[in-house]
Design a binder for this molecule. Structure first.
Ligand SMILES: Cc1cc2nc3c(=O)[nH]c(=O)nc-3n(C[C@H](O)[C@H](O)[C@H](O)COP(=O)(O)OP(=O)(O)OC[C@H]3O[C@@H](n4cnc5c(N)ncnc54)[C@H](O)[C@@H]3O)c2cc1C
Length: 512
C-alpha cells in the first residue's frame, strides 16, 4: 500500500508559489499554489493529504506506483479546462485517466508529480435514434459501454474483451477486439470528440473541424488533449456469435513438439491470409506445454462449420483435439470473452496485476525459421518458477480485414498492416504481491522471448502496439515502433497544440 509520508515528502515541491498569469483570474493568497488555483476555480480534487488519495492513485499495474501532485475529479469540461490552465500556470505535467489500464501507468503520468485528471464522472451514453451515433463519456469502461449500447438501442461497437479497460485510453490508441476485423478498431469508429487543449480551450475534433487534431488524437490522444466525450459510429448488434477453440496440451520436452506447434501456427496463418472473412477473429494463446487456437465467428453455426472445415483439415491430424464450440447471444458472448465477469463496472475499480508486457506487430506471416526459434525458446526456457507468462497472437489482417481496409493516412494510428499482433505478457501470481515481487531479470527474459520471434526474420519490419505500451523502451524506440513515418507529423502538431509538452508521459509525442 502507498505510504502517505513518503508521498508528501516527494510532493513537497508542488506547493511552491509561482506568479499567476494575468489572464488567470483572482490573486488571493491560496491562488499562489496549484491547489489554491484549482480551489479558486472550484475544481473537485483529491490532494495528497486526503484519506482517499491512496486508493485514487492505485495503479492497475502494481509494479508502477506513481504519485500525482494532485488528483482532479472533474464533472464538467469547464473543470477540465480550469485544471489544465492551473497546471500550465504552475508548470505541472498533465495526464488523464479513464480506466487506468495503461501497462505503464501513464494515466497517473508515468512518473511522480503530474496533475492527474480522473475522468470517472464522465459517464454518459446517448444513442441518437436517427443516426445511431453514440455520445460516450470518456470515464466509462468497455463493459459499461457495451451494456448500455445494447440495452438502450441493441447496438454494438468494436472494442477489447476486458470489461474494466477504459474507453478513452483504449479508443485513442487503437482498440482491438473480436468485432474488429468486421467493424475496425474502436479508434476507426470515432467520428467526433470534445477535447480540452493545452491552453484550456474546449474544442471539437472531427473530419471537418480541426482535422489535424482529429488525425493526431486517433493514435496519440494522450499527447494532444483531454477528451471529455466521444461520438462513435455504432452497428446493429449481431443476434449471436460462435465461440470455438482447439487446445493442444503438448510435452515441451518431446522431440516433435516444436515442429507440431509450428505446423499449427502455419495452418492458421495460411487460412487467415486468404480465407478468413471479416466476421471472424482468431487468437492463439500459448504458454508452457499449451497452445490454443480460438475464434469468434459472428454468424450462424452451420455457416461456421462449413467455413472452418478446411482449417481444421490443415492442422496436424495426429492428436487433433476435440474442439469446444458453442454459440451465444451477442451480449452473453461478450461476458464469456471477458472471462465470465459481469460487464457493468463499478465507478471505483479495484482490480490489479503486477506485470511487464511486450508486443510485436507482424505485418507478414512468421517464417518457419522465426516460429521454430520462438517455440524452441518456449520449450527450452518456458518454465520460470517465479514468473508466469503467456503469449497471445491476434489476427488483425488477412485479405478481408476491415482494420487493414481503413485509410492509413486517415489517423496517426500506424499499424494498419498488422497480420498478427503478439502480446507477450509476464506477471506475478497472487492478489496483491509487493511491487518488488516482479523479478528484475523478467525484463530481459521477456525481451529474449520477443527477440526469438523477430531476430530470425530480419527482412521484416516489425512494429509494436501503443495500447500495449512497453515502458522499457526509450522514447525514440517507442516512437519508431508505434508510429513509424507518422511520427514526424505528430511532432509538428505537438509543437502547434502543446509546445510546452504539458500533456506528458515518458513516451509522449515530443520527447524524442
Ligand atoms: C486486462 C487488460 C486487458 C486488455 N485488453 C485489451 C484488448 O482486448 N484489446 C486492446 O486493444 N487492448 C487491450 N488492453 C490494452 C488497453 O487497450 C490499454 O491499456 C488502454 O490504453 C487502456 O485504457 P484506459 O483508459 O483503461 O487506461 P488509462 O491508464 O486511463 O489511459 C491510457 C492512456 O490514455 C490516456 N488517456 C486516458 N483517458 C484520456 C482522455 N480522456 N483523454 C486523453 N487521454 C486519455 C492516459 O493518459 C494514458 O496515457 C488491455 C489492457 C489490460 C490491462
Amino acid at each position: 500500500m502507498v505510504k502517505l509520508n513518503s508521498i508528501l515528502a516527494h510532493l513537497a515541491f508542488a506547493h511552491l508559489a509561482v506568479s499567476i498569469p494575468t489572464d488567470y483570474g483572482t490573486t488571493t493568497t491560496s491562488n499562489k499554489t496549484l491547489i489554491g488555483c484549482l480551489d479558486a476555480a472550484n475544481v473537485p480534487l483529491i490532494s495528497a493529504s486526503d484519506a482517499d488519495y491512496a486508493p485514487a492513485v492505485m495503479p492497475f499495474n502494481l509494479r508502477l506506483p506513481f504519485f500525482p501532485v494532485v488528483v482532479v475529479v472533474p464533472t464538467t469540461a469547464e473543470h477540465v479546462s480550469s485544471a489544465v490552465k492551473c497546471a500550465g500556470a504552475f508548470k505541472t505535467k498533465v495526464a488523464a485517466r479513464s480506466g487506468g489500464h495503461s501497462y505503464a501507468a501513464f494515466g497517473l503520468g508515468g512518473a511522480d508529480g503530474s496533475l492527474m485528471i480522473d475522468m470517472k464522472k464522465f459517464r454518459d451514453v446517448i444513442v441518437d435514434p436517427n443516426t445511431f451515433i453514440a455520445t460516450v463519456g470518456s470515464g466509462l469502461r468497455l463493459g459499461d459501454v457495451a451494456t448500455r449500447l445494447y440495452n438502450d438501442a441493441r447496438r454494438g461497437l468494436p472494442h477489447g474483451t476486458c470489461p474494466g479497460v477504459g474507453i478513452a485510453g483504449h479508443a485513442l490508441h487503437g482498440g482491438f477486439g473480436y468485432m474488429s476485423r468486421m467493424w475496425g478498431t474502436t479508434l476507426d469508429n470515432i467520428v467526433e470528440m470534445e477535447v480540452v487543449l493545452a491552453n484550456g480551450d474546449i474544442v471539437t475534433a472531427s473530419k471537418s473541424t480541426n482535422p489535424d487534431l482529429y488525425w493526431a488524437l486517433r493514435g496519440a490522444g494522450s499527447s494532444f488533449g483531454i477528451v471529455t466525450n466521444f461520438k462513435f459510429t455504432t452497428y446493429p448488434a449481431p443476434g449471436s456469435g460462435v465461440r470455438a477453440s482447439w487446445s493442444w496440451t503438448l510435452d515441451d520436452s518431446a522431440s516433435d513438439t516444436v515442429e507440431k506447434k509450428v505446423k499449427i501456427f502455419q495452418a492458421l496463418q495460411d487460412f487467415s491470409e486468404e480465407s478468413a472473412p471479416s466476421n471472424i477473429v482468431f487468437g492463439v494463446f500459448m504458454t508452457n506445454g499449451f497452445i490454443d487456437v480460438s475464434c469468434v465467428y459472428w454468424g450462424p453455426r452451420a455457416e461456421f462449420d462449413t467455413l472452418i472445415a478446411p482449417l481444421v483439415a490443415s492442422f496436424p491430424q495426429d492428436g487433433l483435439p476435440t474442439p469446444t464450440i458453442a454459440d451465444y447471444p451477442y451480449i452473453d458472448l461478450l461476458v464469456v470473452l471477458g472471462g465470465g465477469e459481469q460487464l457493468p463496472q463499478p465507478e471505483n475499480y479495484t482490480k490489479h496485476d503486477t506485470f511487464f508486457t511486450k508486443s510485436i506487430v507482424a505485418p507478414t506471416k512468421l517464417t518457419t525459421k522465426s516460429l521454430t526459434s520462438f517455440f524452441t525458446f518456449l520449450g527450452e526456457r518456458g518454465v520460470e518458477p517465479s514468473l508466469s507468462w503467456f503469449v497471445i497472437a491476434d489476427l488483425y489482417g488477412g485479405k478481408y480485414s476491415n482494420i487493414a481496409a481503413q485509410d492509413p493516412a486517415g489517423s496517426s494510428y500506424a499499424i494498419r498492416d498488422s497480420f498478427f499482433t503478439f502480446q507477450l505478457y509476464s506477471n506475478i501470481d497472487g492478489a496483491n504481491p509487493p511491487v518488488t515481487a516482479y523479478p528484475p531479470w523478467g525484463f530481459e527474459y521477456m525481451n529474449e522471448m520477443s527477440r526469438s520471434i523477430t531476430e530470425p526474420q530480419p527482412e521484416t519490419k516489425f512494429q509494436a502496439y501503443v495500447n500495449y505500451v512497453d515502458p522499457s523502451l526509450s522514447p525514440q524506440e517507442a516512437h519508431e515502433l508505434y508510429y513509424g513515418s507518422n511520427y514526424q507529423r505528430l511532432r509538428e502538431l505537438k509543437g502547434r497544440y502543446d509546445p510546452e509538452l504539458l500533456f506528458w508521459n515518458p513516451q509522449a509525442i515530443g520527447t524524442s
